[in-house]
Design a protein around this ligand. Structure first.
Ligand SMILES: Cc1cc2nc3c(=O)[nH]c(=O)nc-3n(C[C@H](O)[C@H](O)[C@H](O)COP(=O)(O)OP(=O)(O)OC[C@H]3O[C@@H](n4cnc5c(N)ncnc54)[C@H](O)[C@@H]3O)c2cc1C
Ligand SMILES: *[C@@H]1O[C@H](CO)[C@@H](O)[C@H](O)[C@H]1NC(C)=O
Ligand SMILES: *[C@@H]1O[C@H](CO)[C@@H](O)[C@H](O)[C@H]1NC(C)=O
Ligand SMILES: *[C@@H]1O[C@H](CO)[C@@H](O)[C@H](O)[C@H]1NC(C)=O
Ligand SMILES: *[C@@H]1O[C@H](CO)[C@@H](O)[C@H](O)[C@H]1NC(C)=O
Length: 485
């Protein structure tokens, strides 16, 4: 009551704070204080408010809740609703868009304590809860010589799969979400349901790549596991002077490679340092991964270009997701933001995108500490594997095509107007590269303002599913996420 009166006096921010505090005390009384913290100086609180996009580290949730199971999540959601509080659901905290897994003055549901995992050798199905990062999950399944389709870097969390999920194994098995067989989901109402081909198939469809944070909270994943052994993999680093040769090798790989065990990411990197003709401000880093010991000629177009460094060797899967530098399992944290593009392989769009991006980089030195442009092929074998497992929310048209991820890391401590100006300029540069208009933008690499769901051919179906499972807009109004409008 006192909190309520205070809020009338001091306005909206205090109201938000009061709603958060009220939800937190309700949750604490129901779940017990061991599952909730509001002590901003505790190790738990500090750890839970660390994000890959560090701009969000400054947000201060009223409390952080650590559910252990679906029932805890349900209790928390109902209390949040009753208090009319804002909230966020956090798995690995790698989505750079603000308020997707972060919240200021509200309840942060940190799923990190939900780390149960199992493997059934008879069915070869794996189950995992959403806590921990993919590196932990891979480490667990290695004892069975199995893995699950997930992130290409160990430090990324399980929210990846709800946005589709591109893995080094995707050319063989489809996106991470294509391997889903059954999900346990706490709906916005607090009801705990099962989603599969048979049970709530519409919810299952939307959860396969239609984004996290939208239709409920996934509290358990049951997925088809995959065999894993030794891989032939590594990085090749080139001087930027090789850029034309490397871009044609990437283009040829996208168009012509037919071996689904071969996967690549092609990354062009730009640092803001003055060039001084020393070639130290630009580099090209290829990630080349073959699921097996002998890649044949799959990477020959890359290995035949003179390079600075080549780390190709036999590696275990945990080693592969720890490239390029061991222990750098998530690349650099900082003021990071993503944008995405999508292109077919049959015209000059790679060269064009690279030129536009590089011109921007040259004329905006000092406004970034890192830029990278990543080429991510979507081969036909991937889209075939997706279809064979029922298809996902993207309804991926036949490959080959590719996604481009545009990363920008801005300097720490940039003023808000400067930050907004550089983001707007980067946005306009990306928008000036025409996308293929019949291909989906990749949720996992998209900026909030790109509205990726609207590029999905199943968009209207997703809108209906969203309306059905979040009928009073509880999630839509109280937490961040992709627009369904
Ligand atoms: C360094 C780096 C490497 C990456 N590599 C890859 C890659 O190889 N392949 C790829 O596809 N993407 C990749 N991404 C993109 C990544 O998939 C997205 O950033 C994804 O959102 C991260 O998931 P998360 O669990 O770490 O993040 P979070 O920010 O915690 O979660 C992402 C979103 O999903 C929601 N969410 C999470 N868990 C649940 C749940 N259980 N129920 C409901 N909603 C939930 C959150 O609320 C949030 O909106 C990478 C990103 C980074 C920063
Ligand atoms: C706590 O939240 C529940 C809904 O989960 C609500 O029914 C109850 O009235 C709340 N209790 C208090 C003390 O606010
Ligand atoms: C995993 O593979 C290794 C190497 O082939 C083998 O020695 C080991 O027995 C296998 N373990 C299981 C659980 O199959
Ligand atoms: C390598 O490039 C050539 C064209 O130069 C192409 O014919 C061939 O298919 C490419 N191989 C792979 C595996 O990409
Ligand atoms: C490539 O094709 C797409 C359509 O798929 C088109 O939008 C784009 O302008 C073309 N780019 C070039 C450089 O021709």
């Amino acid at each position: 009551m006192i909190a309520f009166l205070l809020s009338l006096l001091t306005g909206v921010s205090a109201a938000a704070s009061a709603a958060g505090t009220s939800a937190c005390s309700n949750i604490t009384s129901q779940l017990g204080s061991s599952k909730v913290t509001s002590n901003k100086y505790s190790l738990d609180y500090v750890g839970s408010t660390e994000y890959w996009n560090t701009i969000q580290d400054d947000y201060k949730p009223s409390c952080i809740v650590y559910p252990k199971n679906a029932q805890d999540v349900s209790t928390a959601l109902q209390a949040i609703r009753a208090a009319d509080s804002r909230f966020a659901i956090k798995a690995g905290g790698h989505n750079p868009n603000t308020y997707y897994s972060s919240v200021d003055k509200g309840v942060l549901l940190d799923l990190s304590s939900m780390t149960e995992r199992s493997y059934d050798p008879d069915t070869t199905l794996a189950t995992y809860q959403p806590g921990g990062v993919f590196g932990d999950i891979y480490d667990y399944y290695v004892q069975y010589n199995r893995t699950v389709v997930g992130a290409r870097l160990a430090g990324v969390g399980t929210g990846l799969a709800l946005g589709g999920g591109m893995s080094y194994l995707s050319p063989q098995y489809g996106m991470a979400c294509d391997s889903f067989r059954e999900l346990e989901i706490v709906l916005p109402s607090g009801e705990i349901v099962t989603a599969s081909e048979k049970s709530n198939p519409d919810l299952f469809f939307a959860s396969r790549g239609g984004g996290g944070n939208a239709y409920g909270v996934v509290t358990k994943y049951t997925v088809q596991s995959r065999p894993i052994g030794q891989l032939y993999a590594g990085n090749i680093i080139y001087l930027f002077s090789q850029k034309d040769d490397v871009i044609s090798a990437i283009g040829d790989f996208i168009k012509y490679n037919t071996d689904p065990k071969a996967a690549i990411i092609g990354t062009y990197e730009k640092l803001p340092t003055p060039d001084l003709n020393l070639n130290i401000d630009e580099a090209i880093i290829m990630f080349l991964v073959y699921d097996g010991e002998n890649p044949g000629d799959a990477f020959k177009n890359f290995t035949s270009i003179p390079s600075l460094l080549n780390t190709m060797s036999l590696k275990t899967y945990p080693e592969v997701v720890d490239m390029p530098i061991p222990m750098s399992t998530e690349l650099s944290r900082g003021s990071n933001m993503f944008r995405v593009g999508v292109h077919r392989a049959d015209n000059g769009s790679y060269e064009n995108a690279l030129d536009v991006w590089r011109n921007w980089a040259e004329s905006n030195k000092g406004k970034y500490v890192l830029l990278s442009l990543d080429f991510q092929p979507v081969p036909k074998s991937l889209t075939d594997a997706s279809k064979a497992q029922g298809g996902n929310a993207m309804q991926m048209p036949d490959g080959p095509w590719f996604w481009l991820n545009y990363l920008i890391t801005t300097p720490p401590g940039m003023s808000e107007p400067d930050y907004n100006a550089v983001q707007a300029s980067y946005r306009d540069m990306v928008a000036s590269v025409d996308n293929a208009d019949d291909l989906p933008l990749f949720i996992n690499d998209a900026n909030h303002d790109q509205n990726p769901l609207q590029t999905f051919s199943a968009f209207s179906k997703l809108q209906e599913i969203k309306k059905k499972y979040d009928p009073d807009n509880f999630f839509a109004d109280k937490t961040g996420g992709w627009s369904f409008a």
